[in-house]
Design a protein around this ligand. Structure first.
Ligand SMILES: Nc1nc2c(ncn2[C@@H]2O[C@H](COP(=O)(O)OP(=O)(O)O)[C@@H](O)[C@H]2O)c(=O)[nH]1
Ligand SMILES: [Mg+2]
Length: 204
């Protein structure tokens, strides 16, 4: 008998989380300072790994910090978080850098990914155009989450139009700092994935 499995006669040990049968991978993408690190942090069970570093002189002028005055760090690689959905299913979350100089990493990142969340900041919607374009190019299912920075109100229709987003793609509001709100974003993505897969099934 595998020593890792539980034995009712000698007392049970729950299966290790790392032995989960299902690992589901989701990526969070979006422009600089849009709240990717914040979202992965607020929703993860584990203290997420990230590679946030104090912005160095090298980043000055490259990262558009002027538009994001409160932001003093920049993501140089990925955020990584994990959420256990149940005993056997673990959701892996990757926050992917949006800056142009990291775009070459994206193609690899999408391997084995179920779907993506595009985080947008309505003050700088254009930053999200590239992300959406790449996702469409890869045929990667995604939803759009509008992170609330308390800026001027734009209606959902305005955002849809600016992003050229069809009605079939969910667009929701969120506050990346809130665990509940970030969870709601992930649930919306998962529901969207189910909708797409049942549509595919019934088209067979
Ligand atoms: N007001 C507000 N600030 C936020 C929100 N989400 C993130 N921030 C702040 O915005 C800054 C950039 O967030 P960060 O997660 O580092 O962005 P990233 O570059 O996409 O990883 C940080 O200072 C966050 O604390 C939000 O929903 N509302
Ligand atoms: Mg970050």
């Amino acid at each position: 008998m595998d020593s890792a499995t539980s034995d009712p006669t000698t007392g049970t040990r729950p299966p290790l989380r790392s032995t989960a049968d299902n690992g589901l991978k989701i990526v969070v993408v979006g422009g600089f300072g849009v709240g990717k690190t914040t979202m992965v942090r607020s929703v993860s069970d584990i203290r997420p790994l990230n590679t946030e570093e104090t912005m160095t002189r090298a980043g000055e002028g490259v990262d558009d910090a002027d538009d994001v005055p409160t932001k003093t760090t920049t993501t140089i690689a990925f955020d990584f978080g994990r959420i256990s959905l149940d005993e056997r299913t673990v959701l892996y979350l990757f926050g992917a850098p949006g800056q142009e100089r990291f775009w070459f990493l994206w193609d690899r990142l999408f391997t084995g990914t179920l779907g993506a969340v595009v985080l947008v900041d309505t003050r700088r919607l254009t930053d999200s155009w590239y992300a959406i374009d790449r996702l469409e190019h890869h045929g990667m299912p995604f939803i759009v989450a509008r992170n609330d920075f308390g800026g001027p109100e734009h209606s959902a229709d305005d955002v849809r139009e600016a992003l050229d987003l069809p009605d079939s793609i969910p667009l929701i509001d969120c506050d990346a700092r809130s665990r509940e709100s970030s969870k709601e974003v992930l649930i919306t993505l998962v529901n969207h994935l189910y909708t797409l897969s049942s549509a595919r099934e019934s088209a067979k």
